[in-house]
Design a protein around this ligand. Structure first.
Ligand code: NAD
Length: 435
């Protein structure tokens, strides 16, 4: 089960079914994606060779509105993974009450081995492949792992060329110059930081000085780490695919961010010399940065910290390692980082988990704001976007806590799932079955 994210998602639904007020027939319907398209993508690479890639777009459920979900470029993409991610998008948009359904896309590739030209050709070919499925009122892609505003610009341009006019609202997460919204790049990490603060308030604990370990220092992990650092938390460990940096006194998150932004790997950061003297750090107001130790991603997961933030891939907290975890709370920035078997142990061990469909919803909330701005041909300032993000994710957090407390549910994931399933099922009931 740990290896199959789709089975994991179904098991999460099953766990919630006994507490959710959902007709069993509709519940069964919700276990199946509406459709998945598989596309073959021959691309002529810079090297002159033609390589054939494979991609998917899954549209899971549209009862609440147009499909919405990111596109992932990664070697381990599978159809089942894309379908699981599309299902999670459906529950996420319902939980944060956006007028969307859920979708996801993925291309099996190793972006590190591709040039910028190769990535552009692959993105355009993939967009052409799924072009008949997407559209501003039907299905709106966004960035996910290894895709970014540039990828969205290529997707928007390809779609627009076929339409004969610019269609900015066909994707979200675009560069500002072509209809992106301020705040989108950092939005998922900002949402993670907001729900971590809310969790600490709920648990009546002080976030100031609290230790945080972040697995995955990409878009989501690095922004969450930066914002939590700014809120006074101590980020003691951070990792990427090459390994983790660990300093119990707190990492210099800004220096780490600059290193990663410049294309550096975590293992190079740890192996290098300290990037500034302690005195420089003190006078610049930074952390008491020293020389961090190198640990593995697996060791990072078992650190004795106040908050563990998995922000990389799914299925990292498993039945095999869950009893070694020492974090007192987990905020799931990644999609599906915890298997159901591990989840049961976390509940039994009373470790609070803010589930992915709540913790990482900041991205889709701000994507929604971008889409709305595009439709109105209007643009909002960053303060408006961030305030609206905080209001919406804060409301979803409060509703999840209320559901958890009032119904005396086993954990926050069950609370979030019951809300999301009930809302999606209710939309199905009102709409009925047609044809
Ligand atoms: P990203 O590509 O920017 O960063 C991914 C990070 O994870 C990188 O540091 C990478 O080195 C690391 N990584 C990859 N494989 C790893 C492995 N096996 N072990 C340890 N680290 C590994 O991706 P992102 O956009 O930050 O997405 C991270 C997670 O957040 C994904 O699960 C994604 O689905 C989820 N998410 C992203 C968004 C968004 O807006 N980007 C929104 C919601 C959820």
């Amino acid at each position: 089960m740990a290896d199959d994210p789709f089975e994991n998602m179904l098991a999460q639904m099953d766990r919630a079914e006994e507490y959710a007020d959902v007709d069993h027939g509709i519940f069964e319907r919700l276990k199946h994606p509406e459709r998945t398209l598989k596309v073959t993508l021959p691309v002529e690479l810079d090297s002159g060779e033609v390589e054939v890639f494979e991609g998917y777009r899954c549209q899971f459920d549209s009862a609440r509105g147009p499909f919405k979900g990111g596109v992932r470029f990664h070697p381990s993409v599978t159809q089942r993974e894309v379908e699981a991610l599309a299902g999670w998008m459906t529950w996420k948009t319902a939980l944060v009450d956006l007028p969307y359904g859920g979708a996801k896309g993925g291309v099996i590739c190793e972006p590190k081995d591709l040039t910028k030209n190769d990535l552009e050709s692959l993105t355009r070919r993939y967009t052409e492949g799924i072009r008949r499925m997407i559209g501003p009122e039907t299905d709106v892609p966004a960035p996910d792992m290894n895709t970014n505003p540039q990828t969205m610009a290529w997707m928007m341009d390809t779609y627009s060329m076929y339409e004969g006019h610019s269609v900015p609202q066909v994707v979200t997460g675009k560069p500002l110059e072509i209809g992106g919204t301020p705040g989108r790049v950092a939005a998922t990490g900002r949402g993670v930081s907001i729900v971590t603060e809310r969790l600490f308030e709920y648990l009546d604990r002080d976030l100031s000085g609290a230790s945080v370990a972040v697995q995955g220092f990409g878009n989501v992990g690095s922004n969450a780490a930066r914002l939590l650092d700014e809120s006074g938390a101590r980020v003691v460990a951070a990792s990427d695919v090459s390994g983790a940096a660990y300093d119990p006194d707190g990492l210099d998150v800004a220096a780490l961010g600059a290193h990663v932004d410049a294309g550096g790997l975590m293992e190079e950061y740890v192996a290098g010399e300290p990037r500034a003297t302690l005195e420089d750090r003190r006078t610049s107001g930074g952390n008491q940065y020293d020389d961090p130790d190198q640990i593995t991603n697996e060791e990072l997961l078992t650190l004795d910290v106040d908050v563990l933030i998995p922000a990389a891939v799914e299925g990292v907290i498993t039945a095999e390692n869950v009893r070694d975890l020492r974090a007192s709370a987990i905020v799931e920035a990644a999609n599906g980082p915890t298997t159901v078997a591990a989840d049961e142990v976390l509940t039994e061990r009373d470790i609070q988990v803010v589930p992915d469909i709540l913790a990482n919803a900041g991205g889709v909330i701000v994507s929604y704001l971008e889409w709305v701005q595009n439709a109105q041909e209007f643009s909002w300032p960053l303060e408006t976007v961030n305030a609206e993000l905080e209001r919406r994710i804060g409301k979803a957090f409060d509703q999840t806590i209320e559901q958890y407390d009032q119904k005396d549910l086993p954990d926050l994931r069950t609370a979030a799932y019951t809300l999301a399933l009930e809302r999606t099922a209710s939309a199905h009931e009102y709409r009925g079955l047609f044809p």
